[in-house]
Design a protein around this ligand. Structure first.
Ligand code: CP
Length: 291
């Protein structure tokens, strides 16, 4: 049994809440036995620090053995394909494949063709389910629930799998979500609001990195212009509602979308998000291999 975790939009709300409940239990110290000796392969075809290594920590905490993958030292360099690389690890008999890849919905080519359970560590600009879950856990810890909360997702929305995943799931959980940022990075149908209004009205201000590596054209603003118009700094922090929090999936670019002052200010939950990532990923692994 067990279940892949590929995208949140195919999970109903009760299942999402159940993963968050399990993650919270792990956060609160719940012990879990039963996965000792199972093997996970973390296949990151795109760079990652938080997702890759917090999965590794989560796997270690649950007693799994972990195979890490280095694309630069693999037969990808001899033109082996993504599909054949994944099939190779599956042939080794690993129990779990954690995969990040540049192609949206890369997992469609794997479903029904691998035996191991797949956890999506991010596909292109499409989905980042465990990031969204850790964002939701952080929000629920802060506010006790989701219904009626207002969130602003600000920055390079169109290239962000975090924005796409959160916009969809937060709406289903009863939150009111808007987006803001440079026009070149906005998408139709994602409730655009001017930056200052978005910051002033929201309970959650979620900043995004400008993802230059996904751009076909150079950004139309200089770094200084971006920071001045859309970067969170000391002055703009004062625009936020009294109990509002600041989030960012990271990696963040200090001096671009966020100033030094804001990274570790009292409102910031950025490092709490990273901490919660371990517990959410433990819950995803348990669901994949046990439930
Ligand atoms: N938030 C996130 O996905 O970070 P990494 O790219 O470092 O995994």
């Amino acid at each position: 049994m067990g279940k892949n975790l590929l995208e949140l939009k195919s999970l109903d709300v009760s299942e999402i809440l159940s993963i968050l409940d399990q993650a919270q239990a792990f956060h609160d110290g719940q012990d879990f036995r039963g996965l000792e000796g199972r093997i996970a392969a973390n296949l990151f075809f795109e760079p990652s620090t938080r997702t890759q290594y917090s999965f590794h920590v989560a796997e270690e905490k649950l007693g799994l053995r972990v195979v890490s993958f280095n694309p630069a030292g693999s037969s990808l360099q001899k033109n082996e394909s993504f599909y054949d690389t994944v099939k190779t690890f599956d042939s080794f008999g690993v129990d779990l494949l954690v995969i990040r890849h540049v192609e949206n919905e890369y997992y469609n080519q794997l479903i029904g063709r691998v035996n191991a359970k797949i956890l999506n560590g991010g596909d292109g600009t499409g989905n980042h389910p465990t990031q969204s879950l850790l964002d939701l856990l952080t929000i629920r810890q802060q506010f006790g629930g989701f219904e009626g909360l207002k969130a602003a997702i600000i920055g390079d929305v169109s290239h962000s799998r975090v924005a796409h995943t959160n916009f969809e799931v937060m709406g289903r959980l009863g939150m009111e979500v808007c987006t803001s940022g440079p026009e070149e990075y906005m998408e139709q149908g994602m409730n655009f609001k001017p930056f200052e209004q978005a910051v002033r009205e929201s309970d959650i201000v979620m900043l995004l990195r400008v993802q230059h590596e996904r751009h076909s054209q150079k950004m139309g603003l200089t770094v200084e212009e971006y920071h001045s118009r859309y970067g969170m700094d000391k002055k703009k922090l004062d625009w936020m509602k009294k109990d509002a929090i600041l989030m960012h999936p990271a990696p963040f670019n200090r001096g671009v979308e966020i100033a030094d002052d804001a990274v570790e200010c009292g409102r910031s939950r950025i490092f709490k998000q990273m901490n919660n990532g371990v517990f959410v990923r433990m819950a995803a692994i348990k669901r994949a291999l046990c439930d």
